[in-house]
Design a protein. Structure first.
Length: 277
């Protein structure tokens, strides 16, 4: 007879660590071989924290590991939120997120090492992480109305499911058969969110390429230029210096000097008494 398969916590931790590491490598690859994406560095650190969380849980379940789990999990979601705010070009409010992180650490130290209250620790984990994830989901849904960010609503679904899962997990953690399934569910939602982040980054890169092509297209054909001052008129009817126009539409920076003809003309206009031999 075939033996029944029993999913253990160690198996769940190992699988979660492996998948987190794969996503971490994917994000690092994008960081190294693509143009600058706002918020990407925060997301890389977030998945590093997630990988470390499941890694330490695989090797030990002592009290200090439970504290480290909360620290890494809270750091994961805080870095995800800050990265998302930077990606959306919103104020980061780092003092607020740092305060939440420090307060969580102090509170959990009291629960685990002073009061030895494991159950209240579970409630704290579920409430803090769940609320932060639901906030992040709200951020995604709110900004998904912009065409180039429409995929955010699908990513937000996984985030809100994970947040709701964390809110109910403290009540189901004591159920022996559910514990490994619960960890795999949380990891599955986190990995789906990570894949969504990669899709979001690729969509942003594609949008930037299309915008660049649009700017290049604007430089083709005939440009209206003033016959006297050489200013260029843009699509909105404004006149600007040729340097400013190209800097805006072709990402070109200029260095200024004098050609040989202009140099001779410039020298000729300088009084001989002012020229130093």
């Amino acid at each position: 007879m075939m033996e029944s398969f029993s999913l253990s916590l160690e198996t769940a931790f190992l699988a979660s660590a492996i998948f987190s590491f794969i996503l971490l490598i994917a994000l690092v690859y994008i960081k190294l071989f693509s143009v600058k994406i706002h918020g990407l560095s925060y997301w890389i650190f977030a998945y590093l924290f997630l990988f470390l969380e499941f890694g330490v849980l695989f090797f030990s379940d002592e009290t200090w590991v439970l504290f480290l789990e909360l620290l890494l999990q809270t750091s994961f979601i805080v870095f995800i939120i800050v990265g998302m705010r930077k990606f959306l070009k919103l104020p980061l409010f780092l003092h607020i997120w740092s305060g939440i992180l420090v307060t969580t650490i102090i509170w959990d130290i009291l629960l685990l090492f002073i009061f030895n209250n494991f159950q209240l620790h579970l409630y704290s984990v579920g409430f803090i992480i769940g609320c932060l994830m639901i906030y992040n989901a709200g951020l995604l849904f709110h900004h998904s109305r912009v065409p180039e960010k429409r995929n955010m609503r699908y990513i937000g679904v996984f985030v809100i499911l994970n947040g709701l899962h964390y809110l109910d997990y403290p009540f189901l953690r004591s159920v022996e058969w559910f514990a490994p399934i619960g960890y795999l569910m949380a990891n599955g939602f986190s990995q789906a969110f990570g894949i969504g982040l990669i899709m979001l980054v690729m969509q942003k890169l594609n949008f930037d390429v299309l915008q660049s092509k649009k700017k290049i297209y604007q430089l083709h054909g005939m440009l209206p230029i003033c016959a006297s001052c050489k200013k260029i008129r843009d699509d909105k009817g404004y006149w600007s210096q040729i340097e400013d126009y190209l800097r805006e539409n072709a990402d070109i920076e200029f260095t200024h000097g004098l050609c040989e003809d202009c140099y001779k003309k410039y020298i000729a206009e300088i009084p001989e008494s002012s020229i130093i031999e």
